[in-house]
Design a protein around this ligand. Sequence first.
Ligand SMILES: Nc1ncnc2c1ncn2[C@@H]1O[C@H](COP(=O)(O)OP(=O)(O)O)[C@@H](O)[C@H]1O
Ligand SMILES: [Mg+2]
Length: 165
Amino acid sequence: MPILEPNTLDFISHSEAQTRRLGARLAAYLNPGDVLALVGDLGSGKTRWIQGVCAGLGVTDPVVSPTFTLVNEYRGLYPVYHIDLYRLADAAETITFGLEDYLYGSGITMIEWADRAKNLLPSEHLTVELYHLEETKRRVVLRPHSQRFLALLEAFKQATFAQQR
Ligand SMILES: Nc1ncnc2c1ncn2[C@@H]1O[C@H](COP(=O)(O)OP(=O)(O)O)[C@@H](O)[C@H]1O
Ligand SMILES: [Mg+2]
């Protein structure tokens, strides 16, 4: 049962599969240009969430965290940019690799460790926070930044959780 606090969606995922499934469902609400900011410790499920969104967007390439580069590009319904700032040395590096070109491009951009580039995020984005609770349990908090994401979250909440009320 999610906590139906206004303006956020706060729920527990009980398995990796559930995290992926919720990501995949969210994908149906996304438009080109949207930015998802993922925040959470190592192993909290950021990549699993992104794999779900990618599946929902019809990406068939393997979705893994970029290791030697800061960004992976996939082809789905739209271009998808998967960015991981874990290895980011400093803020200057985000400018060097052109983070802003992705953020203001026509693809869907998902950023792991987005808190490392907080000041560079567009004012319009959706934050996905993941917290490790138990071995297979994660708390997921979706926070909209902008009217559009607020409306999107309401629609997602109704469609995904309404039957549980
Ligand atoms: N409910 C859950 N949601 C997501 N991942 C989970 C869950 N339960 C267990 N896991 C495990 O936690 C790990 C999450 O890894 P990953 O998505 O790569 O994390 P991150 O990208 O945040 O470092 C995986 O090994 C996955 O199997
Ligand atoms: Mg990861």
